[in-house]
Design a protein around this ligand. Structure first.
Ligand SMILES: Nc1nc2c(ncn2[C@@H]2O[C@H](COP(=O)(O)OP(=O)(O)OP(=O)(O)O)[C@@H](O)[C@H]2O)c(=O)[nH]1
Ligand SMILES: [Mg+2]
Length: 202
């Protein structure tokens, strides 16, 4: 089993439509979730780099599909968040279209890391993503992010409740309590990515 060094990750490119991706080799794991759920922060924590993926207090910051190279045949992808209610409807629809296009058309996409703020898990769009992934036979790792915002006992309650609700979905591999701030769950995230790499890049 190959163990990857995520600290050596570097930024490859950003695109605003999937026809601009070009790279036809290798596999991709994409980070997906509501705007502000912590995708860019999780990629920064994963790679132990402060600003490899841009994040901000202003939701909707990631407006492009960003590619990061882990090895020559393995990339992680930071996607624009969905459901940012304050964005103009035209922009919202445009981002969502790019997102669904990427999910449904991108052959190199092999797995998803679905991020949900532990305080607001499993909202409408999350179920959409889960259902689309089932149809596409794409496995999901579920991160309950910003867990540092809750006490340990409340974290456990949320964790158990989410696990119970997603039990019915065969493509959800695992649920992890996660905090980019406190570096909770980062090693478990790395292990799952390693497993996917070994599974799909052999
Ligand atoms: N307390 C805490 N705050 C976090 C954590 N992760 C992210 N945040 C904060 O949540 C906000 C959004 O984080 P981002 O990583 O930019 O979220 P995103 O999902 O990439 O957002 P979009 O690019 O808009 O889709 C930022 O203010 C982060 O500092 C965490 O683990 N704990
Ligand atoms: Mg982002």
């Amino acid at each position: 089993m190959i163990v990857l060094n995520y600290k050596k990750t570097f930024f490859l490119k950003s695109v605003s439509k999937i026809s601009d991706i070009k790279m036809s080799y290798g596999i991709e794991v994409a980070f997906i979730g509501y705007s502000n759920s912590g995708k860019s922060s999780a990629i920064n924590a994963l790679t132990n780099q402060k600003k490899i993926a841009r994040f901000s207090k202003m939701p909707g910051r990631t407006q492009l599909i960003n590619f990061f190279k882990i090895t020559s045949d393995f990339r992680i992808v930071d996607l624009p968040g969905y459901g940012y209610s304050q964005a103009p409807i035209s922009i919202k629809l445009k981002w969502e279209k790019i997102l669904f296009n990427y999910l449904e058309k991108r052959k190199n996409l092999k797995a998803l890391v679905l991020l949900m703020d532990i305080r607001h898990p499993l909202k409408v769009f999350d179920y959409d993503i889960i259902n689309i992934s089932i149809n596409l036979k794409i496995p999901i790792l579920l991160l309950l992010t910003k867990c540092d915002k809750l006490t340990t006992s409340k974290q456990k309650i949320q964790f158990n409740s989410v696990c119970k609700k997603v039990k019915q979905f065969s493509n959800i591999n695992r649920v992890i309590l996660f905090s980019s701030l406190k570096k909770i769950g980062v090693q478990k995230l790395r292990l799952t990515l390693d497993n996917w790499y070994n599974q799909y890049c052999e």
